[in-house]
Design a protein around this ligand. Structure first.
Ligand SMILES: [Zn+2]
Ligand SMILES: [Zn+2]
Length: 1010
């Protein structure tokens, strides 16, 4: 046992302790040592979900995420696994482009081209790199042990090559192709957005809502009535969709006949404040093929020249009768459903909006205007030509760009696609075979999301991303998908310098075409989600390191926030199935978000933004970890400083327990290896056996919780064990045994039990609290046994023995606690001090557990209840006692299983005992104030009232023993004339006492009988 000295404070001071540990780890390169030790162990592939390095300080939620990962990694190392722990950063993408745009003070893609792509892309790379370095620092601060020296960066050439390789595979398998797709588009960023980006952010927008009459061909006064909230799509109208099975009517309105769904008549009448007279009723199918004239044919060239359009088509699935007129204006260039029906009917696809969201030349009168500018003008024109029946404004939730908040538009564009829609059943099967924590994350949430699986649009019309490796020939339309840098440079027509595989350098490479022509790269880059989705194999260096992929793949474990159902979990799965044939992960853990104490998102503008650094500075690293890890993982964490303060009390409690244990074990030079529990089996007291049961029980529960990735459950079980069982219960039980000077078997049993419990707890705490556990280990455990490893993080996870768990002993200890607190209650009601011994205590109860508890723990109870006698009776006998006991000076109080009676009669002897204890406590307090070592001896003078002198002298030896006094003089006046000493006056039981204490000049070592 090393002496508890070292640089560590007696009271818990996070900063001192954690700085000491960080120094130790750095000086001895402990992380590498641990990794090396675990190399021969079975593999555990942890795959890091890469954060965006879009800011230099990680969000506190990202810190929670990393600490969760670290606890899982540490647990598996301790359990004996070789853990793959490479972190990653998702370096490409719009968020970084936007940050760099801001830095350069530019707004459009054209501006970027003016700055120069080389400069822009170089800046993006630097931005991502610098932020990743800064974020790494915070993660390391928090004690996150990952391979920070070599993270996977999605902008590295090796990573990009892996992306290219997988796309080439997909191309060969006819899973990668290009074609027209109706997509959500951000006109500010001039790029397509993914479906899962579209659902990220909505805004309530005010838009027009208009009812327009489309005149039937050759029928001057008959009209199909349509409804739209996007007048700017009317220049692209090609058809009207009706529901074939719904009932439609022809209704008279003034001189005109309007065609609409019967179910919508009432609603239209309400709007126009006029009756519609129904003249004919028929099913929607009757309307098929009817031709109409565009209301904008004289203003929009594309409408005038449209061929094979302007007719009524049928769609049962997309025409509902909940709103509008039941006649749906259809523009296949601006709506996914319209597009689908349009293809079915071979309708032309008209799309009149450019990348910036402005109407093009073919839009005639409206060309050059943004879609929102065009709206009022179109409405005005409809009014003028008499085709507008009614117009109003409505508010509705519409998707906006999650990065720049611009309202999105829908348009048909040419995109590159990875085909996955046909793999829906395979993906759902893979999800079924994955372990999800919590299980509903997979069973309902992810499966629901997959129900709407569509092909994956992987192209983006931006600059900072993995360039799509597609070269095309303008002469013969040949397409080549390039799978590696080598293939690229070998096929190049000239020798070019490509410092890295990004735009614009990669575009300088032209490839030779079979036809003799030259192939150039298409301008698109890859969506960032494909980068991160490829992580399971790209981070391993596939295809260049097949041996690594063979050893590690697939990932055993991933964990990310609940937003990743539609994000990374989804991308990983698609990329895994397309490229590797199966799901790339076995277990998925889903966590919540960090919000403020009122449940709002944290924003700098709201003033509620908290960083992990602040928590570290105010409370420490371990407390940050402890606080976030006790949160139910899949719920949101409402961050509260008050809660952190409370939790920090637990760490002080742990520390005090270790200080207590190491102090006394040091004093007694307790050698744990010489006194193993087995050797002491016969001298174990019931409370020792109880703690052993609790220890094995806790190992069992914590192991199950950690194996099931329910880390918060493990933390809570450990908290109960450390605070309730060890500190509040056991240490209190054994205080007197550790204070005895003689080396007895019962003292060794207490030490051996405590040592085993503490060491087991220590190992189980390492994944949660890596700092405090290391400090305690280095100062108390490391040299206590031979063969102990260099760091606490190389101890092995404890194994529980079922036969050591006793439900009876545990239940009985609970009963002891209840009875103890009931006695304390009576004492406080009767103003009877805890230190005043009583003659007897009677417990009346029919509970088997309570009665057994009194028998099992009788010695402990006598001591803790401070009574000379303790007996138990059945409830039936209670009635008699209730009647007769109280004249005989009994007090009582009830607990759920019975009643406790205390005999209040005190003899002179008992009063002396109580007084002696009062004085002992005060001398002990004074020893503390003098900062005496626990094993130093003193001389004490106790000046007492005359009336107490004789009585108290009977307890002199007891008092001397309890206070380590070599000389203890009790007198009614100051007899010891020697000057000096620490003196203090006390009032006890309303009488005056004076205590004078001196440390013995020659400190003798404590006698031992060893
Ligand atoms: Zn945008
Ligand atoms: Zn060619």
């Amino acid at each position: 046992m090393t002496k508890y000295v070292g640089p560590l404070p007696k009271l818990y001071v996070a900063k001192t302790i954690e700085d000491y540990v960080r120094n130790f780890w750095a000086q001895s390169d402990i992380y590498q040592l641990v990794k090396k030790e675990k190399l021969p162990c079975p593999k555990f592939y942890f795959l890091d979900g890469p954060p965006f390095p879009s800011s230099d300080t990680p969000h506190i939620g990202t810190c929670w995420n990393k600490v969760l990962k670290d606890s899982v990694i540490r647990y598996h190392r301790t359990k004996g696994f070789n853990v793959h722990d490479q972190p990653g950063y998702d370096c490409h993408g719009l968020p970084i482009e936007l940050a760099v745009e801001q830095k350069f003070g530019v707004k459009t893609k054209k501006d970027i081209e003016q700055i120069g792509l080389e400069k822009f892309v170089t800046e993006c790379r630097e931005f991502a790199t610098n932020n990743s370095i800064s974020m790494t620092r915070t993660f390391q601060e928090l004690g996150v042990w990952m391979d920070w020296a070599s993270p996977y960066m999605t902008h590295d050439d090796s990573y990009i090559e892996s992306d290219w390789w997988s796309l080439k595979q997909a191309w060969k398998n006819r899973l990668f192709e290009h074609g027209l797709r109706v997509v959500h588009w951000c006109p500010r960023d001039e790029t397509v957005l993914s479906d899962y980006e579209v659902v990220l952010e909505y805004k309530v927008l005010r838009d027009p809502s208009i009812y327009v009459k489309f005149q039937l061909e050759a029928k001057d006064n008959e009209f199909v009535l349509i409804w739209t909230t996007t007048p700017w799509t009317l220049p692209s109208n090609v058809a009207v969709m009706v529901n074939p099975t719904a009932e439609y009517v022809k209704a008279r309105h003034g001189n005109e006949l309007l065609i609409l769904a019967r179910a919508r008549v009432k609603s239209i009448e309400d709007k126009i404040h006029s009756k519609l007279e129904i003249v004919e009723t028929f099913p929607g199918s009757k309307l098929e093929g009817l031709r109409y004239r565009s209301p904008l044919e004289n203003l929009v060239l594309a409408q005038k020249q449209l061929e094979n359009g302007h007719r009524v088509v049928l769609s049962e699935e997309y025409v509902t009768l909940d709103e509008g007129t039941g006649c749906v204006h259809s523009a296949p260039g601006h709506g996914e459903e319209d597009y689908e029906v349009g293809v079915r009917y071979h309708l032309p696809i008209v799309m009149l909006v450019n990348d910036q969201g402005k109407l093009v030349e073919d839009a005639g009168k409206y060309s050059g205007k943004s879609v929102r500018e065009a709206n009022p003008e179109i409405i005005e024109d409809l009014k003028t030509n008499g085709t507008l029946l009614y117009s109003e404004e409505i508010e509705h939730r519409s998707p906006v760009c999650w990065r720049c908040k611009t309202p999105l538009i829908i348009r048909a564009t040419d995109q590159w696609i990875v085909r996955v829609a046909h793999l829906k059943d395979t993906l759902i099967k893979e999800v079924d075979e994955t372990k999800w924590v919590p299980d509903w994350a997979g069973a309902s949430q992810f499966t629901n999301w997959l129900a709407n699986l569509k092909d994956w649009v992987v192209s983006r019309q931006r600059f900072w991303g993995t360039p799509l490796p597609v070269w095309t020939c303008r002469v013969c339309n040949e397409v080549q998908v390039v799978g590696s840098k080598e293939e690229l440079l070998n096929g190049s027509t000239t020798s070019v310098n490509v410092p890295n595989l990004h735009v614009p350098w990669v575009d300088k490479v032209k490839l030779r075409c079979k036809c003799g022509g030259e192939m150039t790269r298409i301008p698109d880059v890859m969506v960032g989600w494909y980068d991160s989705g490829a992580a399971s194999y790209a981070s391993l260096g596939q295809p260049k390191h097949p041996e690594l992929t063979k050893y590690w793949w697939p990932a055993d474990f991933i964990v990310e926030g609940r937003d990743q159902i539609s994000g990374w979990f989804f991308s990983l799965l698609k990329a895994g199935v397309v490229t590797m044939g199966t799901s790339p992960y076995k277990t998925v853990l889903m966590h919540g978000f960090v919000l403020d104490d009122k449940g709002r998102e944290m924003h700098k503008s709201l003033g509620n933004y908290v960083t992990a650094q602040e928590v570290i500075q105010k409370f420490g690293r371990d407390i940050f970890r402890y606080y976030v890890l006790q949160t139910t993982i899949w719920e949101d964490l409402n961050f509260s400083w008050d809660a952190i303060k409370q939790y920090s009390g637990d760490l002080s409690t742990f520390w005090n327990t270790y200080v207590f244990a190491s102090t006394y074990m040091n004093l007694d030079k307790f050698p744990p290896q010489r006194w193993p529990l087995k050797r002491l089996a016969r001298s174990l007291r019931p409370e020792d056996k109880w703690l052993l049961s609790r220890t094995h029980h806790t190992i069992k529960e914590v192991t199950a919780a950690m194996d099931g990735y329910k880390i918060h459950e493990a933390v809570r079980k450990l908290k109960t064990f450390l605070v309730e069982d060890l500190s509040h219960t056991y240490v209190r039980c054994i205080r007197r045994r550790t204070w005895i000077e003689r080396e007895t078997a019962t003292k060794h049993s207490a030490y051996a039990t405590l040592y085993f419990a503490l060491k087991s707890a220590l190992v189980m705490m390492t994944p949660i609290l890596p700092f405090i556990t290391e400090a305690v280990y280095q100062n108390m455990f490391r040299n206590a046994e031979s063969g102990n490893p260099e760091t606490v993080h190389l101890l092995t996870w404890p194994v529980y023995e079922e036969k050591m768990i006793s439900e009876e002993l545990e239940a009985e200890m609970d009963a002891v606690k209840t009875i103890t607190s009931t006695v304390a209650l009576i004492r406080s009601e009767e103003a009877l001090k805890q230190r005043q011994p009583v003659k007897r205590i009677i417990v009346a109860s029919d509970s088997v557990i309570a009665r057994n508890a009194l028998r099992t723990y009788s010695d402990l109870l006598l001591e803790q209840l401070n009574t000379h006698a303790l007996s138990c009776i059945g409830n039936a006998k209670r009635f008699k006692y209730d009647q007769t006991l109280r004249p005989r000076q009994f007090a009582k109080s009830s607990f759920p299983d019975g009643t406790v009676y205390i005999d209040l009669k005190l003899t002179a002897e008992m009063i002396a005992e109580g007084l002696a204890r009062d004085i002992v406590r005060r001398i002990q307090q004074m020893r503390k104030e003098m900062d005496l070592k626990v094993d130093s001896f003193i001389e004490a003078n106790v000046v007492v009232p005359q009336s107490m002198e004789k009585l108290l002298k009977t307890k002199r030896r007891y008092m001397a023993r309890e206070t380590r006094a070599k000389r203890l003089i009790i007198s009614a006046e100051m007899r010891d004339a020697r000057a000096g000493g620490f003196s203090k006056k006390w009032e006890i039981n309303k009488e005056n006492y004076e205590l004078i204490i001196r440390e013995m000049s020659t400190q003798k070592r404590r006698k031992t009988n060893r």
